[in-house]
Design a protein around this ligand. Structure first.
Ligand SMILES: *Cc1c(COP(=O)(O)O)cnc(C)c1O
Length: 373
């Protein structure tokens, strides 16, 4: 029995001495936040890394999303077509902007929004589409763009799971009107807490700047109503340090992803999402689908792994539309694929220094429990 508790992820951190050395200058400059030197430097570095023209840093991914939506000044009560198969932040960001989420079903092959079902949800109130590249699986960008153009809608991507990913060799932050990333401690790349919005229209930079810094444009001048959502210097330095190691981390994750796939490939009752050859992935998650035909429910497997000190997660269950705060409040279109995924998905532990023998133990537990049926 495995004595050590293994969680679904472990935060990436640079060598201790390296971070301590990097934050030393702050003790003489005493400049800890307010778009300091390191904030600016990280914006530049991330633009290069993500291959995007424009980027604005935020205190976290949620505020990046909330303020990216706010930037478009949608009329109150406007509808945003989105997915319920996501982290609660996506739906909160819509509702906190006094807009209405319209939930669209997802595809069982990869969990992303079903682009063929978007158009039937469009009404005269629809203002935008907010898809999620869930688990780093990239949405059908081309089709979504066509729909948006046809109906003059904005597209805002939640790419919280898709840091550094490329689609057809293009940085994922280049699609849609705006894309948000999360640099939370549990994501593939972290700044402890942090986030960013990427976009191609250079006018958005000032809009986002005002929204994240009280609309302050001079010592005695406030030009617009804004929140406080800027990234501080300690976080920016963590980001600069972690950025040096993120490629290694992704490589190590990829290795583990392949091992899992090999170990699980012929296991009846366990299904994996399909691989899209056009995507350069970051391997942030390893989701499996526990097909109920084999009578081993996802919940039973979750409990069994937990008993063995493997703490998997049911991301994303329940669907955001089924959470107490939203239940029975919004549309009731068919969400059968999303419901099916939510009740069968399980995220297995995956991070860059997870020992390979752990993968074998986890998959053995899964296989034994299936054989026992
Ligand atoms: C993590 C996450 C967010 C929010 O990011 P934070 O940095 O934690 O605020 C938004 N959307 C999705 C899909 C996420 O997984």
């Amino acid at each position: 029995m495995n004595e050590e508790k293994i969680f679904v992820t472990q935060s990436s951190m640079p060598p201790y001495e390296e971070y301590v050395e990097a934050i030393k200058p702050l003790w003489s400059s005493r400049w800890l936040t307010n778009m300091g030197e390191y904030h600016k430097k990280l914006e530049l570095e991330l633009k290069k890394y993500l291959g995007v023209k424009e980027l604005s840093l935020f205190v976290n991914g949620h505020m990046a999303l909330e303020l990216a939506i706010q930037m478009f000044d949608f009329p109150e009560g406007g509808e945003i077509i989105t997915t319920p198969f996501t982290f609660i932040s996506t739906t909160h960001a819509i509702v906190r902007n006094h807009l209405v989420p319209v939930f669209c079903d997802v595809k069982t092959k990869d969990g992303t929004i079903d682009e063929t079902k978007i158009e039937e949800l469009i009404t005269e109130k629809t203002v935008a589409i907010l898809p999620v590249h869930v688990y780093g699986n990239i949405c059908n960008i081309e089709e979504i763009q066509k729909i948006a153009i046809r109906h003059s809608l904005k597209v805002i991507y939640d790419a919280a799971h898709a840091f550094g990913e490329k689609y057809k060799n293009e940085g994922i932050g280049n699609y849609g009107d705006a894309t948000i990333f999360s640099f939370h401690a549990t994501k593939v790349y972290n700044t402890i807490e942090g986030g960013a919005v990427t976009f191609s229209n250079p006018e958005y930079y000032d809009k986002l700047y005002n929204l994240k810094n009280f609309g302050i444009r001079g010592e005695e001048q406030v030009v617009s109503v804004g929140a406080n959502a800027k990234m501080n210097e300690f976080a920016a330095i963590m980001g600069l340090c972690n950025l040096k190691y993120v490629d290694i981390a992704i490589k190590e994750r990829k290795k583990r992803d392949s091992v899992y796939r090999k170990l699980l490939e012929n296991v009846n009752g366990i299904r994996l999402f399909i691989e899209n050859p056009y995507i350069k992935k970051n391997y942030g998650f390893f989701p499996i689908l526990v097909e109920d035909t084999y009578n081993l429910s996802r919940d039973k497997l979750y409990d069994l792994l937990k008993k063995n000190n493997y703490y998997t997660r049911k991301y994303f269950y329940p669907l955001t539309c089924d959470q107490v705060c939203f239940k029975n409040k919004y549309n009731t279109h068919d969400l059968s694929n999303a419901k099916k995924l939510a009740s069968t998905v399980l995220i297995l532990p995956l991070y860059e220094n997870l020992q390979l023998n752990r993968l074998r133990e986890i998959t053995e537990i899964i296989k034994c429990s299936l054989d026992a049926l």
